[in-house]
Design a protein. Structure first.
Length: 278
């Protein structure tokens, strides 16, 4: 098996090995301990993501955010958190840092910033160094990165586009800020690897540039639930995202999807449910 180390990341047979994601959206609060325990093991035990972990979850209408710049597989705090979380919206991340590693809490995903009167949480898998903004441009964005990662710079750029379109009326069923998010996601992906999860506390939005899976669950026809992860976590039927696919969930239901081209062009939009639906 061919293994190549570059100046920025680890490449195995042409596959970029960087970080893994977990997202959960549900129509009711749930206890995802089994999923979180499986995900924790991918943080340095059964997968090479030893450089930090983070979990954000909705609690009383606000995000609770826990993270450490140590392997999730060796974290007692993660074990205790997995046993205690009960939420309808969760985003998790285990980190594989690029070289040279700078393992600090501020560089550990997920990241949290405020925009348009909401809290937003973001976690990323991949590498997009070209998105780092010069200071004069970053001053016009709604947030400033607390750490040094290209991921957090990309997050602030996404929030910049979201803020410019957030209050525009919808003409297609999808909110204009979602369409703007999709277009910019495709443009950023054209410069590297850009799989991510982002949430405003209402929606769970997932972009599968080239490496993301989902699993849909329904319990008694009442509870709607979706799991999203970089790699399938437990023995259930998982489906891969299409390349460059943005999926928008609310309370466990898919309410829209967008396929983005890699070139700078308008996104192709498919609306499955109004963004204002409950």
């Amino acid at each position: 098996m061919r293994l190549t180390r570059t100046a920025t990341t680890l490449v195995l047979d042409g596959t970029w090995i960087m970080c893994e994601l977990l997202g959960i959206s549900s129509s009711r609060p749930l206890s995802p301990q089994v999923l979180l325990d499986a995900f924790r093991r991918r943080g340095g035990e059964i997968a090479d993501n030893p450089d930090g972990w983070g979990v954000a979850y909705l609690h009383d209408g606000r995000f609770a955010l826990h993270k450490e710049p140590i392997p999730a597989a060796h974290s007692q705090r993660f074990i205790e958190l997995a046993a205690s979380v009960r939420s309808e919206l969760v985003i998790g991340h285990v980190r594989k840092a690029r070289m040279p590693r700078v393992n600090t809490t501020t560089n550990t995903h997920p990241f949290l910033h405020n925009c348009c009167g909401r809290e937003w949480v973001f976690a990323h898998n991949g590498l997009v160094p070209e998105v780092i903004s010069p200071p004069h441009h970053a001053s016009h964005l709604p947030c400033t990165p607390d750490g040094e990662t290209d991921s957090e710079h990309a997050f602030c750029q996404l929030l910049g586009d979201i803020s410019r379109h957030f209050h525009e009326p919808s003409a297609t069923g999808l909110e204009p800020w979602v369409e703007a998010l999709a277009v910019l996601s495709g443009e950023i992906a054209a410069h590297g690897k850009f799989n991510f999860l982002v949430s405003d506390g209402i929606h769970l939005i997932a972009y599968g540039h080239d490496r993301l899976h989902y699993h849909v669950r329904r319990t008694g026809g009442v509870t709607h639930e979706v799991w999203i992860s970089t790699e399938p976590l437990i023995a259930e039927p998982w489906q891969p995202f299409e390349a460059n696919e943005l999926r928008i969930y609310r309370q466990g239901r898919l309410i829209g999807r967008v396929l983005t081209p890699r070139e700078r062009a308008p996104a192709a939009v498919t609306n499955t449910r109004s963004m204002n639906a409950a």
